[in-house]
Design a protein. Structure first.
Ligand SMILES: Cc1cc2nc3c(=O)[nH]c(=O)nc-3n(C[C@H](O)[C@H](O)[C@H](O)COP(=O)(O)OP(=O)(O)OC[C@H]3O[C@@H](n4cnc5c(N)ncnc54)[C@H](O)[C@@H]3O)c2cc1C
Length: 414
């Protein structure tokens, strides 16, 4: 070891594990400590609402690295340990067992946790949330028993859990106060397509409906809705979004607002501290504002970018947001960020569930979603990142290739 520095990563999930890997790949040969509150070595969460939840994939499929990886790369993996205190002026981190660790650089990849529903009956048995592999195991046991489930929240987690439960043959009811599923990200038109996909598979979609209380004797037996209905059920899954885990940063005086505030190079407000993944509200050079992204690809890529910043290889993290979702036989990928848009242009007939949707502002594409259409991410990225001027008719015409539309001199893909 030629470096006597210690770099610590708090949060042993995707962003943290990829950051540790990158520190070694980039040649850092000092001490690397990766601290994780969970007992499990770093794993990926997307399968937990999909194939792992349905029992189609085993646990070995979810891990980020092989078991021996951390020891082989001299990464000190401390599992089942929570960082509880942080003194940034002395570069010192305190763990829940009282151990104190000095650091030269610190990366916070503490992620996010499910928002709780504070209503009567919230503490009843059978009111479940999904974030960890343990949560997915608990839910999978419920799916094995069959019966009826009420899913509260028609965002990505709720929609995927509903689809998996239906695929396992349960009776599924989904509630959401918004008018269609996934409305916040996709808008009313695309959300309606997802509502129909669920309805076609026999899921009851109670949109525009909130939840008043969970009722039952010890365990939940029914859900009382805002419009006075009583829905009998065997269990409930709540998926109403996540909150970034900023507690450790905030108590150490690090600036946070909807996540830990970091600049384009993922540096936090205090020297030597960085953040990445779900917890980071990062300044994005392309958008010229801060955005916090709660998706797999962001954790995958931002972790390594933060590691490079820790090593002073300072480059801006400028990847366009990207995520995917699978529900029943419908797979999709979404690229970009449509905080606002004028209209949606479709390439292909949405009724066939094989199409690309583009969100536009003026004559520019700000986001694209390909549904059961593959290998189109690069031209979609290029359309967005190069701010290519497009014509709605050509964009909608499947005979005009997206590559041709996205052709720009010297263009690079973010
Ligand atoms: C069920 C499910 C399905 C998903 N499906 C998709 C999908 O289809 N597509 C997609 O793009 N994204 C999906 N996501 C989102 C994706 O998994 C997240 O964006 C990703 O996990 C974020 O990774 P992260 O490393 O930033 O944080 P997290 O995965 O949240 O991990 C943070 C880790 O830090 C640990 N930690 C926190 N505080 C401390 C502390 N003080 N001390 C020690 N450890 C600490 C936590 O225990 C946790 O293990 C899904 C998420 C879930 C839950």
């Amino acid at each position: 070891m030629t470096s006597d520095q210690t770099h610590i990563i708090v949060g042993a999930s995707l962003a943290g594990a990829k950051a540790a890997e990158t520190l070694r790949e980039e040649g850092f040969d000092g001490r690397v400590v990766l601290i994780g509150a969970e007992e499990e070595r770093p794993y990926e969460r997307p399968p937990l609402s999909k194939e792992y939840l349905r029992g189609e994939a085993g646990r070995e499929k979810v891990y980020v690295h092989d078991e021996g990886f951390y020891a082989e790369h001299e990464i000190e993996l401390r599992l089942g340990r929570t960082a509880v205190g942080l003194d940034t002026s002395n570069g010192e981190l305190e763990l829940d067992d009282g151990e104190r660790l000095d650091y030269d650089r610190l990366l916070l990849t503490t992620g996010a946790e499910p928002r709780r529903l504070p209503i009567p009956g919230a503490e009843l048995d059978g009111v479940l949330y999904l974030r960890s592999v343990g949560d997915s195991d608990t839910l999978r046991e419920r799916l094995d028993r069959g019966g009826a489930v009420v899913v509260v929240g028609a965002g990505w987690i709720g929609a995927e859990v509903a689809a998996s439960a239906r695929q396992r043959g349960l009776e599924v009811t989904v509630l959401d106060p918004l008018s269609v599923p996934l409305e916040r990200v996709l808008g009313a038109e695309l959300g309606a397509i997802y509502r129909d996909i669920h309805t076609d598979h026999g899921t009851e979609m109670l949109m525009g409906t909130g939840v008043e209380s969970f009722e039952g004797d010890k365990a939940v037996e029914r859900v009382r809705t805002s419009d006075g209905r009583e829905l009998e059920c065997d269990f409930v899954v709540v998926g109403i979004g996540v909150e970034p885990r900023t507690g450790l940063a905030v108590q150490a005086g690090i600036a946070a607002d909807n996540g830990i505030l970091v600049d384009e190079q993922l540096k936090a407000s205090v020297p030597g501290v960085f953040a990445a993944g779900d917890v980071a509200n990062a300044q994005h050079p392309f958008y010229g504002e801060r955005i916090r992204i709660e998706h797999w690809a962001n954790a995958l890529n931002q972790g390594p970018a933060a590691a490079r910043s820790m090593l002073d290889a300072l480059t801006a993290y400028d990847r366009l947001p990207y995520f995917f979702s699978d529900q029943y036989e419908v797979g999709m990928e979404y690229t970009g960020f449509a905080r606002a848009s004028d209209r949606v242009v479709f390439r292909g007939d949405p009724a066939t569930r094989e199409f690309v949707a583009f969100w536009l502002v003026g004559d520019r594409v700000v986001a694209g979603m390909n549904v059961n259409v593959w290998d189109v991410i690069d031209p979609i990225k290029r359309l967005i990142s190069e701010r290519v001027t497009v014509d709605d008719r050509r964009l909608a015409d499947p005979d005009v290739s997206l590559e041709d539309l996205a052709q720009v001199e010297g263009g690079t893909v973010a």
